[in-house]
Design a protein around this ligand. Structure first.
Ligand code: HSE
Length: 415
């Protein structure tokens, strides 16, 4: 019998227990070994549940019980998750987690500890909710040199953008609905400011390119400044605005990584990823583009990936898994200002022709962006790809001509 402890009985934790008992027969048969949840750690009381007798309020029984072979960490946040997970791995207990903050901050260290103590550290649910993505990258696509990964990695912001675009719902009401549905982080700023997507692109980058990428090294912008006018310009351009996390391999064994809202062409598979769904495009040298799509947040989709890791671990107890990445050297992630991007720029202007004429020498060749419903006192254009540092300087020069910049949004026509 394999005994499991679940740390945390919030949205994901309660989903894990629910799925584990609902599909228990087939789960046990797929694992090929009998298993049960022995403890559920949570400081709150949950009376009246069929498994209420399993609740504990202290970590001690978990770490001290040699029967516990698999520990599921679904508390979220860095502490006490980091301390508990580290202690479990050092005690040779395998850990399954959905905690992207933990993996993005301490992934290489925890993988190393797991390796040294013949345990496994599994975290399929930390990226893309229920979508299988980490195993496919590390196993099914292992023959490829991954060139880049670009994805819609946050369900809450995608849900908000979809509601704004399709239902004309305002930002605040859409966020409240996402929170009610259990998609948002405890602190929704992590969703709307892009941090959650940033942690996920860090995990994908670390796995795909073999070196740890820290969130603080990835330039991150959220969706809080987007307006319905920007959305309409994107539509007139032939696309949509999505919050994109993107990482690319560049010369010298380095990578570039960014999280930001971007214009994406309607033809892109990512453009049609709506609501709480996530979509992740992986570009390999042998396979070309492959896209993973599914529910990126929510109780049961996330639980689906956690329980799959539990099954996998129970099946291979004592055997080392395949996931590993090394610490990275300083400068491994290049400065985003050195990378070339194309931008959509919208400015206040009483004389469109003059504004565009003033912009051209600063930005190089530009294309006017037109939108049937745009306010009369505006001009908008799209630049050619240019280094972001150079773009920032051109934008400052434009502002110094008393031209007020309303928005600047990256254009990703190649994903
Ligand atoms: N808040 C996250 C999201 C939950 O909306 O995608 C899943 O990681």
């Amino acid at each position: 019998m394999v005994y499991i402890a679940v740390m945390g009985h919030g949205v994901v934790g309660s989903g894990v227990v629910e799925v584990f008992y609902k599909n228990n027969k087939s789960i046990i048969s797929k694992a090929g070994i009998d298993m049960d949840i022995k403890y559920i750690l949570d400081i709150r009381d949950f009376p009246g549940l069929p498994y209420s007798d399993k609740f504990i309020k202290s970590f001690d029984p978990i770490i001290n019980d040699p029967d516990i072979k698999i520990v599921v960490e679904v508390m979220g946040g860095l502490e006490p998750s980091y301390t508990y997970v580290k202690r479990c791995l050092m005690a040779g207990k395998s850990v399954v987690t959905s905690n992207k903050a933990l993996v993005a901050a301490y992934g290489s260290e925890l993988l190393e500890i797991a390796k040294n103590h013949n345990a496994n550290f599994l975290f399929e649910a930390s990226v893309g909710g229920g979508i299988p993505i980490l195993r496919p990258i590390s196993q099914c696509l292992a023959a490829n040199e991954i060139k880049e990964i670009a994805g819609i990695l946050n369900g809450t912001t995608n849900f908000i953008l979809t509601k704004m675009i399709s239902d004309g719902m305002d930002f605040k009401s859409a966020l409240e609905l996402a929170q009610k549905l259990g998609y948002a982080e405890r602190d929704p700023a992590a969703d709307v400011e892009g941090m959650d997507a940033c942690r996920k692109i860090c995990i994908l980058a670390s796995l795909a390119f073999g070196k740890h990428v820290y969130p603080e090294d990835v330039h991150t912008e959220g969706i809080t400044n987007l307006t319905l006018e920007d959305v309409k310009y994107a539509e007139a351009w032939g696309g949509v605005i999505k919050l994109i996390g993107r990482v690319k391999k560049i010369e010298g064994g380095r990578i570039s990584a960014i999280v930001c809202p971007a214009f994406v062409k309607k033809e892109s598979q990512l453009a049609n990823v709506d609501d709480v769904f996530n979509g992740i495009m992986v570009r390999g040298d042998a396979i070309g583009d492959v896209v993973f799509y599914g529910r990126g947040a929510g109780k049961l989709p996330t639980a689906s990936a956690v329980v799959a890791d539990i099954i996998d671990e129970a099946k291979h107890l004592g055997a080392r898994k395949y996931i590993y990445w090394a610490p990275a050297e300083k400068g491994y992630v290049c400065d985003y200002k050195d990378m070339a991007s194309s931008f959509f720029v919208r400015v206040k202007s009483h004389d469109k022709a003059m504004t565009l004429k003033a912009a051209e020498p600063l930005f190089g060749k530009i294309t006017e962006a037109v939108c049937p419903d745009s306010p009369k006192d505006e001009a908008a254009f799209i630049t050619q790809p240019m280094p972001e540092g150079q773009f920032e300087r051109a934008l400052a020069s434009l502002s110094s001509l008393d031209i007020n910049v309303i928005s600047k949004i990256r254009v990703m026509a190649d994903i």
